[in-house]
Structures are given as structure tokens and as C-alpha cells.
Ligand binder design. Structure first.
Ligand code: SF4
Ligand code: SF4
Ligand code: FES
Length: 791
């Protein structure tokens, strides 16, 4: 550690690292200096001058957020001169600032309002009219829309550059900027651009005034009427900490609840704006039971009686439970506990888009280091993982590394979003990506007769030799790959030779948690097979939408139709619920207590934001009610279930509800399996293309994000990417409709001609009700071959 620097602030001595800004040194002493533009997470710009302090021997006041400490410095943060300067800064800001507080969204939580109360002038010395921005002379209202979700009121802006820095550093875009100078300076975007990116809402949350607004919150409620509940986002496994802000059983917004170990106080727009899933008009609030061809409403007591009757009739061997990965640990445990103890011999599996095999168990999945430790990597290799979409927060950490100049390699058959930054892209053919890994292993063994581009190869050799902390990250494309096992096998080998840390990441929220507590004894695939054979006749589907998730839509639909009885517990009458005998309305994670395990294997707790009607239950409550009917029932809440879980599940031994918040479960070292044979991914003449699939950032929770009106608005439409060479061959124009067919399904989709994919490969990107991706799929890790025709 470098020698510490001693300085004196307001009469107290403090020692800090060289390079620390005065403002941080003061915070160490508990002295809070007022700011507008400073944010420890963003590069200092010293724009607002609100943080001016007096430094002995300095002729002028200095900006404490941009002035590093020096040995022996004597600082005054509260002198007469400083207070006068603060007053002056506020008076200047208020010269043109509109008196909007009674209607402005930020009223009650506005830094300008608060600091004006604390230091500002009580009266204005100006009698002139305030300057008002008016882009269009006919404009009556000052708010303009910057993009589908973000509004701007330029008159309220105090030019602190926070939004500009957030847009640049988080989203990686240069679309927001400050134009003009002095009193005419304004935040704006080029006219042809709509401001939208996966982190856009962070600009609104961090704007110190009400200049930026979210469409979903704008002018809906005053901030002081909101009640905040601590929770964790349930729409991806990164596990951002959020505050649910609600009033009378309605959620108005999700704000970040800063946890530097996890999210650094930034959340993605999916987690921020997906809150309206809870209030979607199609949400079911009462149970439904099948009557003829229809599902009809029944009372909770009737539904409970039907379930109890069924459970007393069935045999364990003929029944099964499917656990969705957005369940809390406690809900999954309660359902699994019932099946295991009351229905011995029953099958329990996870509903997931990937299937595990003997190469992996839950111990292998997730980051092998913590999110913050990831930032110590000095070389990163990312394989088959669209980080910006699958793990926005890991993507942020990788962006920080890229900005620091750390070499980052992407191995993928398609151009990924983060691959557009200052990184190395190694384009592989789909299903044959493992050959690139084998080439790198050959290179390590001194054989440089390999196919990787010469420049990249030289850099790679150089970087690998000098790196001490290599991290390899594999994701969704790899796990769904037809040659997944071969790919993983070569990865383990490379990992060993490089002494690299290897992380295998799933995209599903609580996959690791459910794997630990769900006591699964079967795979999703095995359950489908048993249903097809007539061995399983009663199925309980705990959340999610398996029909939308299983990679062969026709097959799972037909299998579910064969069941004698299916109980679906969920929030909507989705594709799976419509095949059920009985549908029980579920709470959503924001309405529930419990815990999740995130991508870095961290245990985090959620609090219930408000109580739901009796009919909308957690699984804990539902199975307790069933047990009570059968003469015994113990638990009602997650805090009751947790101690039981801690007794039964070895990994949870010794953990306590809430007390163990932040516990990180250990990961298990990966071991290479025996030499595996690679599958030849080669399209037949009738279907000459290999079809790949990609999600967009707003897809989550088995497609439940489509029930968010805001996310629907932000989600790009579904498209099929085709390489320009293939487009010419097929006579397909950019943005034209084409017919995509496999030997079992077909649909019309808009084609986008793009170099982002290889010749001979097609990429179906996004989701639509007409063409759900799994309609074209043929099973876990099976290649899909397709053809296209002009329409
Ligand atoms: S819009 Fe808000 S965050 Fe952006 S510069 Fe203006 S005051 Fe700062
Ligand atoms: S979806 Fe993922 S990255 Fe986005 S807020 Fe939720 S947990 Fe964080
Ligand atoms: S907070 Fe220091 S100049 Fe703005």
C-alpha cells in the first residue's frame, strides 16, 4: 500500500490514500459536503461547484470533488466563505430554474430543493423573466420525449453531466450530450436518435433534479406517498438489490438499493421497469378449474378441496413436480418437501431452458469469483455468452475492465453487443466453437498452425503469457450448443493449462438456489418422457411457463395434453395454464418474503411489499393449507421454512433467515470428462441453414416480461438475421418478410441482412406470440436446420 497522506479537515486529522479527493477524505470523517455532479462511481467533472471548500494557502475556493488531497493540507468545509459560495451557486442555478416543485416528479427527493432549504437564498433578487427552452415555438409544455421511456424537461436541468456520464459509461453510448454554453447549455440527443438502452432508467434515478423522467412514473404520485420495501430483482440471476416503491397495493417504481458488492447501485431497465407485471390486467386473482373445454373461476376453498382430493388419490410414482427458476428458495423447498414426504417416488425437476448432465451440477454453475473480484481479472475470455443481454451487471463489470484496457476476447458465432467495444472478436462456426479452444490449446503447446486470425493470434499469445488472473466466462449460447459437452471439455482443458478461473452462467434467476433446495431427482426431459409413456399422470407446475420454455413446443404441448391432471400455480393464464385442470393464482416475488441465490452464489433476502388477497398465495401457504386439510400443517412464512431448510439441505446448515444475508455458497472445481466425440453440425440439402436463437435484454422469467407494458414498449421486434452473401443467394432484401421453415414448423418473420452472423447460419432474435422460438426447436442441445423463402 502506498504511503498514506495526512491532512486536516475542519480541525480533525485524517489519513487517506494518495489520489483521494477531498470530498472522500471528508466523508471518512463523517463530514458531508453538498454536491450535485459528484458521484463516486463516475469520473469527476467538477461541473456544478456546489462542493467548493476552503483550502489554506489556496487563493480561491476549490472543488472538493475534483481536488486530490495533499500532505499537510488544511481544509475548511463550513467557513463563512464556503457557505456564501454555496448560496451563490444555488442562487445562480435558481435564476432560470422553473418553480415547478409542486408538480415536479423529483419534488420531495430533489437535491436542488433540499440544498436550497439548507443553504439557499430565501428570496430572489431577480425580477427578469426566466429563460425558457423552446425547441418548437408552438411547444406549450416543457417536457419532451427523448425516447420510448425517457422524458426531459430542459428548463429543470442544472448541467451536472451525470446522465451524460451514465449513458457513456454504463450503456457505452455517446448519444446524450451537452450542447451550447452558459445559460443556453442543454442536455440533448441528435434529432434522429431515440434515447433507449438497457440502462437508460439510471439517468432518471440519478438526475439530481426533475429534468429526466420515466414515462411509467411521470406525474403519477408524489414521492412522499410511497412506501419502500427492500427486495431483490427476480428477472435475471445477477440479483440486483432494489427498493419496491408502492402505495395501497400498487407498485409505482423500482429504484436501485445500492449494494456495491452486487450492482454498484445501477439496475437495468428490465429490472427497473418490469414492476408493472404485478398490475397487468390479465393477472389472475382467483383459482380456475376446467369445465368442459374451458377454465372457469372457482373459489379458493373449492380449488383447495379439489387439490386435496387429487393428492389423496394419487400415487407418488405417477406424479411429478416442475419447479420454475424464478421461485424463492423457500417456495421451492415447501413444494418439494410436500412431494418428497407425502408422495414418495414422485419426480421433481427444474423447468429450465437448459438441461444439466453429468458434467455439471449446481456447484459448478455461477461465477467462480464474486462480482467485485471479477474486476481483478487481467485477461477475460468470453465464450458463447451475450453478457449485455444475459447478465447486464456482469456486462457492466466487463465494460469497466475494457475501459481500463484489460484484453477481452469474445468467442462466438455471432457479433455480440459488447463485442463492439475495444475487444478481440474470434468468430467461430456454430457447433464448432470448441475447435477455436482446441486451437488455443495447440498454440499453448507451441503449434501455431491454427486458424485464428494472425493479428489476434499474436496478441492472444502475448496477453496469455503476461496475464496472471485469467477469467473465462461461458454462457447461454454455449449451454444450448449442440456440441456443449465437447465445448466444455476443451474449455476445462484450456482452463487448466492457463490456470484460469472458469464460470459457467445460466440466464435463469434462481437456478442455483432451486438446484440446492429443490431436491430434484429427475430432469425436465425425463419428466416429459415419463408423461409421454403414461408413467406420470398428475403434474404440479410451480410457476413459469414450461410450454414456452421447453425446446420443442409441439412435443411438450402434446405431452401435457396426455396428463390426467395438471395443477398450475402461476400469475397468468399462460400457454401452460391453458392446458391445466386447475389453476391457482400465485404471488410474484415482489409480493413475497424469501431468498434467492444470485449468479455469484450470494444468498439475498426479499421482503413482501404488500399483502395480496387470500386467493393469491405463495407455495408455502398453499402447501400449508393442503397439509392442514390433511391433518397437519406447520409453516406459513419464509422465516418458518428457512430453519427447516437449513436443517435438511447440507449447504444451508448453520445459515439463518436474514442474518445470513450475503453468504456466498462455495463453487466446485470443474473436472474435464473423458474424450467426447463431437457431433457433426451439417445441414442437409433441403434445409441448408443452421438456425440459432438469441434473446433480447428485456426477455425474462419464461417470457413473463411480456406482461409488462413498459418492457413491451422497449422490446425490439422479432427478426431473423441473415448474412449478406446468403441474402443475395436467396434474393432476400433487408427488412423484407421471409418464410422460415424447419421440417416441423414454419413462420413469417422480418429478415435483417447483417454481417453479424456467418454464412450458412441464421439467427432468430427475440420473441413473438406468432413465432415463439421453441416452435422451431427440436430438443435440448439439438441443432436446428432451416430454409428460407421470399414471401
Ligand atoms: S438532465 Fe439531470 S442528470 Fe442530466 S445534466 Fe441535467 S441535471 Fe444533470
Ligand atoms: S434483470 Fe438482472 S441486471 Fe436487470 S435489474 Fe434485474 S437482476 Fe439486475
Ligand atoms: S460536486 Fe463538485 S463540482 Fe459538482
Amino acid at each position: 500500500m502506498a504511503n498514506l497522506i495526512m491532512l486536516n479537515i475542519d480541525g480533525q486529522d485524517v489519513e487517506v490514500e494518495p489520489g483521494t479527493y477531498i470530498i472522500e477524505a471528508a466523508r471518512k470523517l463523517g463530514i458531508e459536503i453538498p454536491t450535485f455532479c459528484y458521484d463516486q462511481r463516475l469520473k469527476s467533472v467538477g461541473a456544478c461547484r456546489m462542493c467548493l471548500v476552503e483550502v489554506e494557502k489556496s487563493p480561491k475556493l476549490v472543488a472538493s470533488c475534483a481536488t486530490p488531497v495533499a500532505p499537510g493540507m488544511v481544509v475548511k468545509t463550513n467557513s463563512e466563505k464556503v457557505i456564501k459560495a454555496r448560496k451563490s451557486v444555488l442562487e445562480f442555478l435558481l435564476v432560470n430554474h422553473p418553480l415547478d416543485c409542486p408538480t415536479c416528479d423529483k419534488g420531495g427527493e430533489c437535491t436542488l430543493q433540499n440544498l436550497t432549504f439548507q443553504y439557499g437564498p430565501t428570496v430572489s433578487r431577480l425580477s427578469e423573466d426566466k429563460f425558457r427552452f423552446q425547441d418548437d415555438p408552438n411547444q406549450k409544455f416543457d417536457d419532451i420525449k427523448l425516447g420510448p421511456e425517457i422524458w426531459m424537461n430542459k428548463n429543470r436541468c442544472i448541467i451536472c453531466y451525470k446522465c451524460v456520464r451514465i449513458a457513456r459509461d454504463l450503456a457505452g453510448g455517446a448519444d446524450l450530450g451537452i450542447f451550447q454554453r452558459g445559460a443556453f447549455a442543454k442536455v440533448d440527443i441528435p434529432k434522429e436518435i431515440k434515447y433507449a438502452n438497457e440502462f437508460s432508467g439510471n439517468t432518471v434515478e440519478n438526475c439530481p433534479v426533475g429534468a429526466l423522467m420515466s414515462d411509467s412514473f411521470r406525474y403519477k404520485i408524489r414521492s412522499w406517498l410511497l412506501k419502500g420495501t427492500d427486495s431483490v430483482c427476480w428477472l435475471c440471476p445477477d440479483g440486483c438489490n432494489i427498493t419496491i416503491e408502492h402505495n395501497q397495493g400498487r407498485i409505482y417504481r423500482h429504484q436501485s438499493r445500492r449494494n456495491d458488492d452486487v450492482d454498484m447501485g445501477f439496475i437495468c431497465d428490465k429490472g427497473r421497469y418490469g414492476f408493472d407485471i404485478t398490475s397487468h390486467p390479465e393477472r389472475i386473482t382467483v383459482p380456475h378449474a376446467v369445465n368442459g373445454d374451458n377454465l372457469e373461476k372457482v373459489s379458493y376453498d373449492e380449488a383447495l378441496a379439489m387439490m386435496v382430493h387429487r393428492f389423496t388419490e394419487v400415487q407418488g410414482e405417477t406424479s411429478a413436480l416442475l419447479l420454475d427458476t424464478s421461485l424463492t428458495n423457500e417456495n421451492a423447498f415447501s413444494a418439494a418437501d410436500y412431494f418428497q414426504t407425502k408422495l414418495p417416488g414422485s419426480s421433481i425437476a427444474i423447468t429450465s431452458e437448459i438441461e444439466l448432465n453429468d458434467i455439471m451440477s449446481y456447484g459448478h454453475l455461477g461465477l467462480s469469483v464474486s462480482l467485485s473480484e471479477l474486476e481483478n481479472a487481467d485477461l477475460v475470455i468470453i465464450l458463447g455468452c451475450d453478457l449485455a443481454v444475459e447478465h447486464p451487471i456482469i456486462g457492466l463489470r466487463i465494460k469497466k475492465l475494457i475501459n481500463k484496457g484489460v484484453p477481452v476476447y469474445f468467442i462466438s458465432p455471432r457479433q455480440l453487443y459488447l463485442g463492439r467495444f475495444n475487444v478481440y472478436n474470434i468468430r467461430a462456426n456454430y457447433g464448432r466453437e470448441f475447435r477455436v479452444i482446441e486451437d488455443i490449446i495447440s498454440l499453448r503447446n507451441g503449434n501455431d498452425d491454427i486458424k485464428i486470425n494472425k493479428d489476434i493470434k499474436e496478441q492472444l499469445e502475448l496477453n496469455i503469457t503476461s496475464a496472471k488472473n485469467i477469467h473465462m466466462i461461458a454462457g447461454g449460447d454455449l449451454l444450448a450448443n449442440p456440441n456443449r459437452n465437447k465445448y466444455l471439455q476443451s474449455l476445462f482443458e484450456l482452463g487448466k493449462s492457463l490456470r484460469a478461473k472458469l464460470s459457467i452462467l445460466t440466464t435463469e434467476t434462481n437456478y442455483i438456489g432451486i438446484g440446492l433446495v429443490g431436491r430434484t431427482n429427475a430432469t425436465f426431459e425425463e419428466i416429459i418422457e415419463k408423461i409421454e409413456k403414461g408413467e406420470i399422470k398428475t403434474l404440479f407446475v410451480a410457476g413459469g411457463d414450461p410450454v414456452n420454455v421447453y425446446p420443442d413446443r409441439n412435443r411438450i404441448t402434446e405431452a401435457f395434453k396426455k396428463l390426467d391432471y395438471m395443477i398450475y400455480w402461476g400469475a397468468f393464464l399462460n400457454h401452460t395454464a391453458r392446458l391445466a385442470t386447475l389453476v391457482m393464482p400465485s404471488v410474484l416475488p415482489t409480493e413475497d418474503n424469501g431468498s434467492f441465490i444470485n449468479v455469484e452464489r450470494r444468498l439475498q433476502f426479499l421482503d413482501k411489499s404488500y399483502s395480496t388477497p387470500k386467493e393469491i398465495t405463495s407455495l408455502i401457504k398453499l402447501f400449508t393449507d393442503i397439509k392442514i386439510e390433511l391433518g397437519g400443517g406447520l409453516y406459513y412464512s419464509a422465516s418458518d421454512v428457512f430453519p427447516q431448510m437449513a436443517r435438511v439441505i447440507p449447504e444451508f446448515n448453520g445459515l439463518r433467515y436474514k442474518v445470513s444475508e450475503g453468504h456466498i455458497f462455495p463453487s466446485v472445481e470443474l473436472e474435464a470428462s473423458d474424450n467426447l466425440k463431437a457431433l457433426d453440425v451439417k445441414p442437409p440439402p433441403d434445409y441448408p441453414y443452421v438456425l440459432m436463437f438469441a434473446k433480447n435484454v428485456y426477455y425474462g422469467a419464461s417470457g413473463m416480461t411480456s406482461k409488462s407494458n413498459t418492457l413491451r414498449k422497449l422490446t425490439p421486434s422479432q427478426k431473423l438475421l441473415i448474412n449478406p452473401h446468403d441474402a443475395r443467394k436467396e434474393g432476400v432484401m433487408n427488412d423484407s418478410k421471409i418464410r422460415l421453415s424447419t421440417d416441423s414448423a414454419a413462420g413469417e418473420i422480418t429478415a435483417i441482412v447483417s454481417e453479424d452472423i456467418n454464412q450458412g447460419e441464421l439467427l432468430l432474435s427475440g420473441y413473438s406470440d406468432e413465432n415463439p422460438p421453441n416452435k422451431f426447436m427440436v430438443g435440448f442441445n439439438k441443432p436446428v436446420y432451416a430454409k428460407i423463402e421470399k414471401v
